[in-house]
Design a binder for this molecule. Sequence first.
Ligand code: GLN
Length: 487
Amino acid sequence: MSLPTLTEIRDAIRSRKICSREWVDRALNRIQTLEPKLHALVSYDGDRAMEQAEIIDEKIARGQPVGELAGTPILIKDNLCTSWGRTTCSSRILEQFAAPYDACVVEKLESAGAVILGKTNLDEFAMGSSTENSAFGPTRNPWHLDRSPGGSSGGSATVVAADVVAASLGSDTGGSIRQPASFCGVVGLKPTYGRVSRYGLVAYGSSLDQIGPFARNVRDAALLLGVIAGKDPRDSTSVDQPVPDYVAALDAPLNGVRIGLAEEYFGEGLDPEVRKIVERALDAYRSAGAAIVPVHLQHMKYAIAAYYVIVTAEASSNLARYDGVHYGYRTPNPKDYVDMYCTSRQEGFGPEVRRRIMLGTYVLSSGYYDAYYLKAAKVRTLIKHDFEKAFEQVDVIACPTSPTPPIRIGERINDPLAMYLLDVYTVSANLAGIPGLSLPCGFTEAGLPVGLQLMGPHFGEDRLLRIAHEYQSRTDWHTRRPAIAEV
Ligand code: GLN
């Protein structure tokens, strides 16, 4: 039996077939059953959630409007600020941090009637591709508990795949929504840079970060995007562009779709099983009448190098604020004030975060800035131009989301470069600022999910979702669930 979607739960609550409290209670029970196995959450507040659900139920009983998400339970990544509970970024340095305000997306979710249950696990400060960099321990892949759910939004992908909730939010700086969506067999969307306000998202790489939805199907992702998108005066990089009705766009007629295929995304390092599965997905589009058009993205081979220069540079300056003085962890017995700064940061940050701060500080340092940061910024512009040229010919570009199926926990944690290579197909969308979506397109022999990535032009989410929806109306990969979702 396929699991109820966000849209179905919302409709059932609105039409009083079920009440919000029942669904919130169900989700809380699922958390209790599954958390010991999955460790997908950092924190949750069942009492607050039940109170919120009760308010929605009362409104419905009185016939008052309750918004697009009326009473549906949702989980969000723990790098999104909430004025209640803690916002830890899965870091020791913020373990006790209580944010003084709600992120813009939190306000939007709640005013649309969503009930936020709690916060999901991530790689510390969203730096990683496996959720193993969490200071609170790794999350496990619901399809195979020895595997990683991907990262950095591993917790948000896991809770959707394991049917704790129908949808969640994550953030994506270099693939952190799409890659875990691929590893967990769910849909994940990174919107265009500027589509969703970053106000209240703890900054990692500010010129790359975007917040986006996880869901089990494209329709639910479209619903959620419509709720969180839009200009926000508190984020000057959010763009004042009308928010289309993404759900209505799914039913628009689809004629003459052109899907770009870049050989740069099918080269060395691609797992042969993943390649076969993705090629089969492209065949499905072909037989649906889409034209598959070769495109050339000649600077793609520099994407990973450029990304890791730019993102570490931005991270090193964004993380300067955690100094043991303003807020966050402070070492208990420093020798003097210099020791206080150094030891607080040494003890508060994990090894991967420290590595990135060092790398970022190095590429920005005088004498090296031109050779590294400036050069990477130029490569970024070339990559953006490659996409602009390609999108003159095609509607979307298709490729694998990840070069491999879900990796084993522990497999790459001691080899940072091998870990960075997991992002080889996702970082270019962030560098160019374009939207990207991952959707389930099959399983390996070992029963592990594989994702198809579709990327579109700036603010082309409606068409991107439409084309992704077409695939889901012809296939049923997205309805498969891990055994753990049946318990
Ligand atoms: N894995 C990439 C990194 O570690 C992307 C992370 C993300 O998108 N937040 O930087």
